[in-house]
Ligand binder design. Structure first.
Ligand code: ADP
Ligand code: ZN
Length: 619
């Protein structure tokens, strides 16, 4: 017994000291770190309390004075209050007179006189102690940083360690899943492919607007294949010091190879992969280029027989990427991950709705209808917002009303980023796109349409039609071009017929139609009036290095006028044709547009069946 007692004396002392430190920290905490929820009182009230000798202690910072009153009545602790610091040179003296403890001064150097007075007046020991503490912390964190220096900051999700994500967690992007399924097969069973001599893809580019689930898909591929997942954002490569980006890339691949088969996911690839032709050269560009080169080297480095490392990368702007990235053996596959259409949104909503308690009045279809233009992340956010609203009112289930309100909130947040169509806009866009499709279907040389959509795109297009891939044609005759122009004007023609007025939505179409008509006249010699002359100069490199494509031969005023007249006539004739076609097919136009408003996308056989019903004008 006695021995035990003796040996425990030292630890007791230690514990005592620690307790003392902890206790003083706890006591000081409210003063050092003034919490915003402290009741704020006017300065005059504070002064009154000081004068009345009711203040026990004061803590001062540059923008807040926190003070604790002496305990009153039975309470053991006095109330802590805060007040704005007012320039008051007499305060230090007053505090001293009343014997108030001034416990701490918050760091930032004093900007005004009275704080300076206070500073010099107070025993600076606390500051010294605090300063030491601060320096030590800083040293520590610097230590850690320099250790991590060069090391890649990739977050690693090793299979089985974190929550496994599979394709079931990603909804509404069926096509992308089908394409990525193959990658899963590669990862699961590389031998099966290499035995035949097939080259396993190294890089896959996921292309689409933010929040559409690209990261989620990449994780799901790893999850489905049961392999490790390394993720890093390309913007993290290029920061801090020159040269670290390349080192980080090397490091990342080093780590990944050890865990192979695995997936490396690089988000925001354009941060390092921007085309080298674009932009001026500067220090940061050098850094980016080095990093990019390292990435290319690493990707070229692993070949047949090597460990299976597949790099998935995400970007919103594939057109801005350096061509070197897209060469065979690098990111030679692209998978489009677009904003979901009605069905897709419904599926995503179903995924997230499972996680909250829904009321009986919930109609997910209605919600999907009202959220055209939302990406997956927006929908996830929407469900959460709705649940929060319900919780705030202490209800146990989420109601349709909550969703209505949440949609409005999310839309307000989204409006800055992308477009969300109102019902009215949706209707106009639907008729517009169907107009294109119908005219294109009826004109022999018109653009054949494979898909029409009124899901807004990130690029600013409200709706769009996807042209059918045509057999490669290098020669178009005059009639073909006229038909193409008519197709371009079909959108505007539909708006004019149905709504009796046109909107700004057709400006891009008009631009393209006019350009085409102008080329017919000035480059292709297709105008009888102007004859087979090239009025524009062949695009040559002039001394500035610019393409001289827009240069015109010196024209007489008369010729210039004649060109304008001809161009105008071609466009107007085509427009008349488009109008006529749509008038004849008005019922069909109505029918398809109504359907499009419901489903937001019409494509494939369904679309072709509709288009087969068009009646040509002469009949
Ligand atoms: P991206 O990488 O395309 O910017 P993320 O994959 O980071 O988008 O998506 C952010 C979040 O939004 C995901 O974690 C997920 O919760 C949700 N989300 C986005 N798209 C989908 C989808 N298609 N299905 C289910 N959830 C999605
Ligand atoms: Zn259009």
């Amino acid at each position: 017994m006695t021995i035990k007692k003796k040996s425990s004396q030292l630890p007791f002392k230690k514990i005592g000291i620690s307790l003392l430190i902890i206790a003083s920290l706890v006591l000081l905490y409210p003063l050092v770190r003034p919490r915003p929820q402290l009741r704020r009182v006017p300065y005059s009230f504070f002064l009154l309390q000081v004068k009345a000798g009711k203040v026990e202690s004061v803590g001062v910072s540059e923008n807040l004075i926190v003070f604790q009153l002496k305990p009153e009545g039975n309470s053991k602790q006095g109330v802590v209050l805060s007040t704005p610091p007012i320039e008051d040179l007499e305060l230090p003296e007053r505090l001293e007179k009343q014997g108030v403890k001034v416990q701490f001064i918050y760091t930032p150097p004093p900007k005004n006189k009275w704080l300076g007075t206070l500073l010099s007046w107070i025993v600076p020991s606390l500051i010294v102690v605090g300063g030491f503490q601060y320096l030590r912390n800083r040293e520590n964190s610097q230590d850690k940083q320099s250790l991590a220096f060069g090391k890649s900051k990739a977050k690693v999700y090793i299979e089985g360690q974190s929550e496994k994500i599979t394709f079931a967690d990603v909804a509404g992007v069926e096509e992308a899943k089908v394409e990525l399924q193959e990658i899963v097969e590669f990862l699961k069973n590389p031998d099966r492919f290499t035995q035949i001599g097939a080259r396993i893809p190294k890089g896959v580019l996921l292309v689409g607007p933010p929040g559409t689930g690209k990261t989620l898909l990449a994780k799901a591929v790893a999850g489905e294949a049961g392999v490790s997942f390394f993720s890093i954002s390309a913007s993290e490569f290029v920061e801090l010091f020159v040269g670290t980006g390349a080192a980080r890339v090397r490091d990342l691949f080093e780590q990944a190879k050890q865990k192979a088969p695995c997936i490396i996911f690089i988000d925001e690839l354009d941060a390092i992969g921007k085309s080298r032709n674009s932009g001026a050269t500067s220090g940061s560009n050098d850094e980016r280029e080095q990093t990019l080169n390292q990435l290319l080297t690493e990707m070229d480095g692993f070949g047949v027989g090597d460990a299976t490392v597949i790099v998935l990368a995400a970007t919103n702007r594939p057109e801005a990427l350096d061509a070197a990235l897209l060469r065979p053996g690098r990111f030679d596959r692209q998978v489009l991950v677009d904003r979901p259409d009605f069905d897709g949104r419904l599926k995503i909503l179903e995924v997230y709705a499972r996680k909250v308690k829904l009321g009986e009045d919930i109609n997910l279809k209605e919600i999907a209808t009202q959220t055209s233009g939302f990406a997956g992340a927006d929908l996830a956010n929407l469900v959460n917002e709705a649940a929060l609203l319900a919780a705030r009112e202490r209800r146990t289930t989420v109601s349709q009303r909550d969703f209505k309100e949440a949609i409005e909130r999310v839309i307000i947040g989204l409006e800055r980023k992308s477009r969300v169509l109102s019902e009215k806009e949706k209707k106009i866009v639907a008729y517009h796109e169907v107009g294109h499709a119908l005219v294109g279907a009826l004109m022999p040389g018109g653009t054949k349409v494979a898909k029409i959509s009124i899901v807004p795109r990130g690029s600013g297009a409200l709706g769009y039609m996807l042209a059918m891939p045509e057999e490669d044609r290098f020669l178009l005759d005059e009639a073909d071009l006229r038909d193409k122009i008519a197709t371009l004007l079909g959108g505007r023609a539909a708006e004019a017929i149905i709504f009796g007025k046109v909107t700004t939505g057709a400006s891009d179409d008009l631009q393209r139609a006019t350009n085409l008509a102008e080329r017919m006249v000035t480059s292709y010699g297709m105008s009888r009036v102007l004859g087979p002359l090239a009025y524009d100069r062949a695009p040559t490199n002039n001394f500035l290095g610019n393409e001289g494509g827009n240069l015109r031969r010196a024209l007489s005023e008369k010729t210039a006028e004649a060109i304008d007249v001809e161009v105008k006539e071609i466009v107007e004739r085509a427009y008349e044709q488009a109008l006529e076609i749509l008038k004849v097919n008005r019922e069909l136009l109505e029918e398809i547009a109504q359907q499009l408003m419901k489903t937001e996308v019409i494509e494939g056989e369904a679309l072709q069946t509709y288009l087969a019903r068009t009646r040509s004008v002469s009949q």
